[in-house]
Write a protein that binds this ligand. Structure first.
Ligand SMILES: Cc1cc2nc3c(=O)[nH]c(=O)nc-3n(C[C@H](O)[C@H](O)[C@H](O)COP(=O)(O)OP(=O)(O)OC[C@H]3O[C@@H](n4cnc5c(N)ncnc54)[C@H](O)[C@@H]3O)c2cc1C
Length: 460
């Protein structure tokens, strides 16, 4: 634990976080830590700063957020920008506006974390000491890691400049082979390449030029998605929309001269317009700090998000090794569990609350419809209704207008509620209610299922 001890009286507001998580109210406790450093002021870092500030006044806990700039990006908006439905002003807002006034925001590029003397060094020479550290610097697209993928004619939409360039390429596209390619998992929002395909299909249908475009989806997976039931349902949507699926494709390089994707077993897929989703890696400072795996992800406990490297380091958001989707919804649900464990961490106790890997992802399916996936570490996405059985109003793995409207409404929810840490009407733990359970979980009662998948709480 931190050596910089202060005795303080911590007052926790009485807030219920999701199902069954209650932060102890007005609890008298000894706080053995006062400087909390949050690396990254994106989705997870901003939510964490807001929730922790609501739990502690400044005199108990100094919170500093470090980010390289003051532009907070609503990344789900990158998907819509290539089709002209979103512009930059809907996607980018000042970071400072979404942080409490008494949280310090330091702008600078993180160079490394030193664990021995508990500091973070910035590339401009500044260093900042921490007693507890939250790593929330996410992952970033790395087209430079696949030969040919960083050519200007190879597109993606995983950052703002690339989404803008793709918008221009789509506007100029007069027909031919449009290939959407997934380099490898894990990527942020693993359904986003499929959403792009469905939106592109609807875009050309609306313009009555769909017959001029051949769609192909190229993936290293053996089906359209990582999980069997979703893969089956999405596969049938490919057939309905006349989209060709090229599975098991391990890309070796992209040849922009010949306009071909080339695999290690020398399969070649020609294209006229290529959207290739690059590898997503954690930032390079993670490697320089000796904190990451081969993808610069920080190994951490999948139930408590505590880093393997040090008991005072937690990893929130995309930057850790949680075996679930890299998604804002996961950041949100896991943060609820982190907050429930926080008072126990301060007291040096084992962390009793356990994250179940809950992910909740809306998929745009084009022409003003959408579908919803809801799953966790132990349960794949199933068909059904959400949040209520039969009535929904949202459909799981089925298309509906309500799903599409919910996805559009999420931008408002993100800026006004989610980032500020306000409670949302979703349970932190995934529920089986309303799901048509198939496969090895079918036939279990809810209690049997819950017992079987109840994760062990591990704590250091
Ligand atoms: C196209 C697309 C569509 C998506 N759609 C959805 C969706 O529909 N639903 C959903 O739930 N999620 C979606 N996501 C995923 C979601 O945006 C991410 O999961 C979420 O933003 C992760 O939050 P984070 O805090 O871990 O990382 P981020 O929000 O990416 O924040 C990381 C921060 O760290 C900063 N940083 C990184 N390295 C450094 C450094 N060296 N020095 C200083 N600062 C640094 C960055 O500037 C950034 O602000 C989508 C993502 C993309 C790309």
């Amino acid at each position: 634990m931190a050596t910089n001890l202060i005795a303080a009286v911590a007052r926790f507001p009485c807030v219920i976080y999701g199902r069954g998580y209650r932060i102890e109210s007005f609890l008298l406790m000894e706080v053995s830590m006062k400087r909390l450093l949050i690396l990254g002021g994106g989705t997870a870092g901003t939510m964490a700063a807001n929730k922790l500030r609501a739990a502690h006044p400044r005199e108990e806990l100094a919170i500093t957020v470090i980010d390289r700039d003051d532009d907070h990006h609503y990344q789900p908006g990158y998907l819509f920008l290539p089709f002209g439905s979103y512009t930059r002003d809907k996607i980018v807002q000042p970071r400072r506006r979404y942080l409490p006034h008494d949280v310090d925001l330091v702008l600078g590029e993180i160079d490394r974390v030193t664990v021995e003397d508990q500091k973070v060094l910035l590339t401009d020479g500044r260093d900042i000491a921490w007693d507890a550290l939250i790593i929330a610097t996410g992952v970033e697209p790395r087209p430079d890691l696949t030969p040919g993928a960083d050519s200007p004619d190879v597109h993606h939409f995983y950052d703002l400049p690339s989404a803008v360039a793709l918008r221009d390429a789509i506007r100029a596209f007069r027909g031919g082979r449009l290939v959407v390619h997934l380099t490898d998992m894990p990527i942020k929002c693993p359904v986003a390449p499929l959403e792009f395909l469905f939106l592109a299909d609807g875009y050309f249908r609306d313009r009555r030029t769909r017959h001029k475009v051949d769609f192909t989806y190229v993936t290293p997976l053996d089906g359209a998605f990582t999980k069997p039931v979703a893969s089956r349902e999405l596969g049938s949507m490919f057939r309905d929309r006349d989209i060709t699926l090229e599975a098991d494709f391990a890309v070796e390089r992209i040849d922009p001269e010949a306009k071909e994707l080339v695999s290690y077993d020398d399969r070649r897929i020609p294209y006229d317009l290529l959207v290739s989703i690059p590898l997503n890696l954690g930032p390079q400072y993670i490697a320089r700090s000796g904190l990451g795996d081969e993808l610069n992800l920080v190994p951490c406990d999948q139930h408590t998000m505590r880093a393997d490297a040090h008991p005072d380091i937690f990893v929130l958001g995309d930057g850790g090794t949680l075996p679930t989707s890299k998604a804002g919804s996961v950041a949100h649900f896991s943060l609820d569990v982190f907050m429930a464990n926080w008072p126990h961490y301060l007291r040096g106790e084992p962390l009793p609350h356990s994250f179940d890997g809950h992910a909740n992802c809306f998929i745009e399916t084009g022409r003003r419809k959408g579908m919803l996936l809801d799953f966790n570490y132990g349960t794949q996405p199933y068909t059904g209704t959400f949040p209520l059985p039969v009535v929904g109003p949202m459909r799981l793995l089925g298309e509906s207008r309500a799903n599409h409207l919910a996805k559009l409404a999420f931008r408002w929810v993100y800026w006004t509620m989610l980032l500020k840490g306000r409670p949302l009407p979703f349970t932190t733990d995934m529920m089986l209610l309303g799901k048509n359970v198939e496969g090895d979980s079918a036939g279990l009662t809810l209690t049997q299922w819950a017992r079987r998948r109840l994760p062990l709480v591990t704590s250091k």
